[in-house]
Design a protein around this ligand. Structure first.
Ligand code: ADP
Ligand code: MG
Length: 457
């Protein structure tokens, strides 16, 4: 029928506008490198903040003792304690707990958010069992993973530049996040020193030891830069000669990014319009929402789901990326996972197999674009580090540590990202590069960094 034809036209047009052929991805990678240089040259020189993390040496494996970490991501926060055994013994014991953040606290006041977190932390600390050992007379120490852009002034202080993802707490911007957490911990009577403030991507890097990248609710990357290649760094050159850079790559944008109208509308209606454009195309918080927007258009202009637009389909963010990935990965012959999600989440029943196939195709377009564009960003970092070629037969290995629920659970996305990166760098170089999923790397990394910045060293 005419409606079906029209709906397919909308889908086709969207697909064409989301195209990411290899030459385009290489342009994105090169644009990323240009921005990396600009962001390292001067403060505010680029959309990429290229933040100095004050981490100039990564954990060595000799760290010893009991350490805590608090990982505040996009939707949850995780608390963990780890017992580090010292040289050669690694993590001898660990325990963690995850708590979701009530949405009202994401847009409330700073005190409310931190009081909630500190209260949960107090409970967690109170449950410390005798299988964890703290040397007598020592204060407990914590690594604080905070995955929002922070301008650090030392390893354990830094002011919030702005919120991203679903957060917007105005009175926090410009404040020292460590001081805010410390005050809240004091209000809860927790005797613990915050030894390190780290971005989650830096934590993952510390946990994974090499260079890393994160795909969860938002997206970010960190890597190890040569200190003398950071013109804006005016401090003493670290002994290691290196400095971990938190790129804040989510804020990357480029005319080479394929962005149809749907993305512009999503951006305009977001909590942070004009910002985090790359993140809004590749990260977990947004992929399902893009799918919803296209479906909405197909329904409004081509009656895809019949004459009336199902009311649930109009609710922003109702279609989460976990649902999208479940539908995308539906292997049943009649696509019953798609059918049941449409029914349960969007209250749409009586869909035909043909319609459900279209929805799977739509998920595929959105996931493929996101995964391929993240691979292009990784290519940019590898090129900047000189790891995109093999030098004089030297077998140098590069490990990319990936953290985040998106990479962990969305198989199609993960495989597409890996295949695209291999395609971009070629077979020979791809044998020197290993992508490893770092389970809870951002939290463990923060605990390791707390250990390597302990007051007792
Ligand atoms: P955070 O970003 O808070 O650190 P995670 O790293 O756990 O949290 O990432 C959570 C994100 O991972 C969610 O926003 C969601 O988009 C994505 N995600 C979680 N589970 C799935 C899934 N099964 N399929 C696809 N994406 C998922
Ligand atoms: Mg995280």
């Amino acid at each position: 029928s005419g409606r079906w034809v029209k709906a397919m036209e909308i889908l086709k047009e969207f697909e064409e506008k989301c195209g990411t052929p290899i030459p385009k991805l290489k342009q994105v990678a090169d644009a990323m490198i240009v921005e990396m240089h600009a962001g390292l040259a001067s403060e505010g020189g680029s959309k990429l903040k290229m933040l100095i993390s004050y981490v100039d040496h990564l954990p060595t494996g000799r760290e010893k003792g009991l350490f805590y970490a608090l990982d505040l991501g996009g939707t949850n926060f995780r608390m963990l304690r780890v017992q580090l055994g010292g040289k050669g013994r690694g993590i001898v014991n660990q325990q963690f707990e995850e708590v979701s953040i009530p949405p009202s606290l994401m847009t409330g006041s700073s005190d409310a958010l931190f009081d909630y977190i500190a209260a949960e932390l107090a409970k967690f600390v109170a449950q410390e069992g005798s299988d964890f050992k703290q040397s007598p007379g020592r204060q407990r120490e914590l690594g604080f993973t905070f995955s929002f852009p922070v301008m650090q002034s030392s390893i354990a202080s830094g002011t919030l530049l702005r919120w991203t993802k679903g957060f917007s707490i105005d009175d926090m911007v410009g404040q020292d996040v460590v001081a805010e957490l410390a005050k809240a911990m004091e209000r809860q009577g927790i005797d613990m020193r915050i030894a390190a403030l780290v971005n989650d991507t830096v934590g993952t890097l510390a946990g994974g030891r090499y260079n890393n990248k994160i795909l969860g609710t938002g997206s970010n990357a960190a890597y190890v830069e040569r200190a003398h290649a950071i013109p804006k760094w005016h401090g003493l050159l670290p002994k290691s000669g290196e400095m971990v850079i938190n790129m804040e790559w989510g804020n990357f944008r480029s005319s080479h990014l394929p962005l149809p109208d749907y993305d512009h509308a999503l951006d305009t209606e977001s909590l942070n319009p004009g910002e985090q454009i790359y993140e809004k195309v590749i990260a977990g918080m947004y992929l399902g929402e893009i799918v919803r927007r296209v479906l909405c258009r197909m329904t409004e202009e081509a009656a895809f789901f019949g004459d009336t637009v199902p009311p649930k389909l109009k609710e922003p963010f109702i279609l989460g990326t976990p649902i999208m990935s479940a539908m995308h990965q539906d292997t049943s012959p009649d696509l019953k996972v798609v059918a049941s999600n449409l029914k349960d989440i969007l209250e749409i029943s009586n869909t035909s197999l043909k319609m459900r196939k279209v929805i799977v195709e739509l998920c595929n377009i959105v996931a493929t674009r996101g995964a391929r564009l993240s691979a292009a960003g990784l290519l940019g970092i590898l090129k900047k580090m000189g790891r995109d070629t093999i030098k004089g037969g030297e077998k140098q290995k590069t490990v990319i540590a990936m953290d985040g629920g998106l990479y962990e659970h969305y198989t199609e996305y993960r495989e597409c990202l890996e295949n695209t990166l291999n395609e971009l760098i070629g077979e020979e170089v791809s044998r020197t590069i290993e992508i490893e999923h770092s389970n809870d790397g951002s939290g463990i990394g923060a605990a390791l960094l707390a250990a390597s910045h302990s007051q007792y060293l």
